[in-house]
Design a protein around this ligand. Structure first.
Ligand SMILES: *Cc1c(COP(=O)(O)O)cnc(C)c1O
Length: 246
């Protein structure tokens, strides 16, 4: 049987990967001349088993990311209560009632309808307001000029950002914390994240404490840190390759 030996070596592997990622983050902050915030690390655990999340927990990680319900819901129910679940994937409105129960933050707010669904759902839980980030589509290319064969990377078009922000600010059971983006494929992530930084600055003129900038994945965390990301979402470089496409 796989048993304890497997578990111990898996835990060692995660520990090593985690400290390598933490070292990369520290170096990126240093390279930026410490003009940037020290970002929070969110370990993206989607497609990985609950035992991996437990291993992360034992290593001191409290912030984890999931992109699908019911996968996130199931893990949240099994694992310690003081984990903070960050929902980072496209969310159907009919799943809002589940996610509103276990999520500490939803990074992927992309339409007004979802604002209303999450606001109502969170109200029904009796919990404190749900933190939300508006996901911005940073791709300036028209749909037909984007690389084919990849799914949409999500987010609201910049032209519709204002309306979405207004709705989120009006929602009593949501707390707007800032912006999130995924760097568009085939474009320079530095430029994309600089744009996100500008959007974040405009944002804070409207809501001063909405200062989260969720950006950066395994392949572009350095560029995200350089552009003042406050939250990094790292999966592969901590937990390894995922079993299937996502
Ligand atoms: C999966 C995912 C990540 C993590 O990506 P890695 O390349 O595995 O680090 C980050 N953000 C979002 C929105 C994701 O879906």
């Amino acid at each position: 049987m796989m048993g304890e030996q497997y578990e111990a070596s898996r835990k060692d592997e995660i520990k090593t990967n985690l400290s390598n990622v933490q070292r990369r983050i520290d170096k990126a902050v240093e390279d930026a001349g410490s003009k940037v915030p020290q970002p929070e690390l969110i370990v993206v655990t989607k497609f990985h088993p609950a035992s991996d999340v437990q291993a992360l927990y034992d290593l001191g990680v409290r912030d984890v990311g999931e992109n699908r319900d019911p996968e996130g819901r199931k893990k949240a129910a099994e694992l310690p209560d003081d984990l903070r679940w960050h929902f980072i994937g496209q969310l159907q409105t009919n799943k809002a009632k589940f996610v509103a129960r276990y999520a500490d933050a939803v990074h992927s707010l992309d339409r007004v309808r979802l604002v209303h669904a999450l606001d109502q759902a969170r109200a029904n839980t009796g919990l404190e307001p749900l933190k939300v980030l508006v996901q911005v589509d940073l791709d300036p290319r028209p749909e037909q000029e984007r690389p084919s064969g990849i799914g949409p990377r999500g987010g609201v078009a910049e032209t519709q950002l204002h309306e979405l922000v207004d709705a989120a600010m009006d929602a009593e059971h949501l707390e707007l914390k800032g912006v999130m983006a995924v760097a568009p494929l085939g474009l320079d992530p530095t430029e994309s994240f600089e744009r996100l930084k500008q959007i974040s600055q405009q944002f804070r003129e409207r809501k001063q404490d909405a200062d989260w900038v969720s950006a950066g994945m395994s392949g572009d965390l350095e560029q995200a840190v350089a552009a003042s990301a406050t939250h990094l979402r790292i999966g592969t470089d901590v937990l390894g390759q995922r079993g299937s496409v996502n």
